[in-house]
Design a protein around this ligand. Structure first.
Ligand SMILES: *Cc1c(COP(=O)(O)O)cnc(C)c1O
Length: 457
């Protein structure tokens, strides 16, 4: 078989500014070892997130020029609506400025005290929007999803037995919604099988609980189903996506992921009454129902992106590039989450840096080392992000200490990825030299964004 090539040519480019290791050491120190404080022009390869960082196509850019900015009834909205109806089969489409705005509206309508929202794994903004209403978010991930180094085809699946038990314990009446996140972002970008969605749907129907999909990466998930699940190899990704959505009563989506847009999101559903309540809130918080929080040009870019993401040559390249980087790291002995997920590679810092205990933030230290060595920006997903304190102010560490390298869509080429692998392997070989960190300043919530740290000598 030939090399899988990037299925696009490059018409417009952005420069990468090169700096030296010595310069990056100074920059990192000035940023208090927090990569969120570094200016993006000081980064060579930016793998902080795949959200809103996609390269748009020439078609999307021409769509931007075609955008109709009418306040009400813009043709750009009707195109957006029709594209989403075609893919999801859901007739009621509500545009929002981001995924979390769709969540905010949905949970404001459905949430409240003493209610439970059940999921495979809730993304952090989803959980925050649920908990903001006084309700509780419950993750019921399958057992294999909790073991980073053990490969399995669908590690994003929901634990259906645990779901049934949870319903018996709390009562279906207290569970307004079940939400399946595809792919499972917080669980390593791992896919959910069609069989699992069908099984969850059956339980939902038996208990009269609606099912929603958090659809940010629906195309990547559909591609995994085509590759890995019996009976789907000959179906198109569009058909698979259509079946996936057919089991759901609604969905939320951030267009900053699989729609290749730099901003945007939506809610879609079948239920007229729910849509009416959501639209009433939308008008207060986002805007008139035919633009939500978006400009007409954004609606165009999203519609075109949603069609482009179903191109199987693109999806093959996309998923292969994550797997390619993961495999290079495995071959070199670097401990990573397996198998490769859909949008990111995760390095297990606990295993890589046993000389740094969780209280010294090994994953943050590793992220700093990747920046200094090669100008790569990644993000810590460990005790800096999720750690809490007990009553004696002692750190309760997170379950895992991971460094996430999220790959923006259509932005980097194979040689960029080769370079990333080289840098990680260099750091791996000299890992004993990496030093732990301590916090010198932190905010009471979401501290990882702003915390200041220093090295422990
Ligand atoms: C990004 C994301 C969201 C939130 O979307 P925003 O556009 O960032 O507000 C929700 N769920 C998942 C799974 C995501 O990846």
């Amino acid at each position: 078989m030939h090399t899988i090539i990037e299925p696009f040519r490059i018409k417009s480019v952005e420069p990468i500014y090169f700096n030296t290791k010595e310069e990056r050491e100074v920059i990192l120190k000035k940023a208090f070892f927090n990569l969120f404080h570094i200016h993006s022009k000081d980064v060579l390869i930016d793998l902080l997130t795949d959200s809103g960082t996609s390269a748009m196509s020439s078609n999307q850019w021409s769509g931007i020029m075609q955008g109709d900015e009418s306040y009400a009834g813009s043709p750009s909205f009707f195109r957006f609506e029709k594209t989403i109806q075609d893919i999801t089969g859901m007739q009621l489409v509500i545009p929002t400025h981001q995924g979390r705005a769709a969540e905010k509206i949905l949970f404001s309508v459905m949430g409240g005290k003493e209610k439970y929202f059940v999921s495979n794994t809730l993304f952090d903004t989803t959980r925050a929007n649920i908990e903001f209403t006084g309700a509780e978010g419950i993750d019921l991930l399958c057992a294999e999803g909790k073991l980073p180094s053990v490969p399995a085809p669908f590690k994003g699946n929901m634990d259906t037995e645990a779901f049934k038990n949870f319903i018996s314990e709390k009562g279906a009446a207290n569970i307004p919604l079940c939400i399946i996140t595809v792919t499972n972002n917080s669980g390593g970008g791992q896919p959910v099988s069609m069989q699992n969605i069908r099984a969850v749907k059956k339980i939902c129907v038996e208990n009269d609980i609606p099912l929603f999909i958090d659809a940010c990466r629906f195309a990547e998930n559909s591609w995994f189903i085509k590759q890995r699940e019996a009976g789907y190899a000959d179906k198109s990704v569009k058909e698979i996506a259509h079946e996936l959505f057919s089991y759901a009563d609604g969905c939320t989506m951030s267009a900053k992921k699989d729609a290749f847009a730099n901003i945007g999101g939506f809610l879609a559903m079948h239920d007229e009454e729910l849509a009416l309540q959501c639209r009433n809130l939308l008008i207060i918080t986002e805007g008139f129902p035919t633009y939500g929080g978006l400009a007409g040009r954004d609606l165009e870019a999203i519609s075109i992106g949603l069609e482009e993401v179903l191109d199987e040559n693109y999806l093959q390249y996309r998923i292969r590039s994550i797997e390619y980087l993961t495999n290079k790291l495995i071959d070199a002995g670097v401990p990573v989450m397996q198998p490769a997920g859909g949008h990111a590679v995760y390095i297990d810092a606990k295993e890589m840096l046993p000389h740094i205990p969780p209280v010294q933030y090994p994953a943050q230290a590793l992220a700093g080392a990747l920046y200094t060595q090669g100008g790569i920006r990644s993000v810590e997903i460990g005790s800096l992000m999720f750690g809490k304190y007990d009553e004696k102010n002692k750190l309760i560490p997170a379950q895992m200490e991971l460094v996430r390298l999220a790959i923006p869509r259509r932005v980097y080429t194979q040689s960029h990825i080769d370079y990333v692998a080289e840098v990680i392997i260099e750091v791996y070989k000299t890992r004993q030299q990496i030093k732990g960190l301590q916090i010198i300043e932190e905010a009471p919530t979401l501290r990882h964004f702003t915390a200041k740290l220093k090295t422990i000598d």
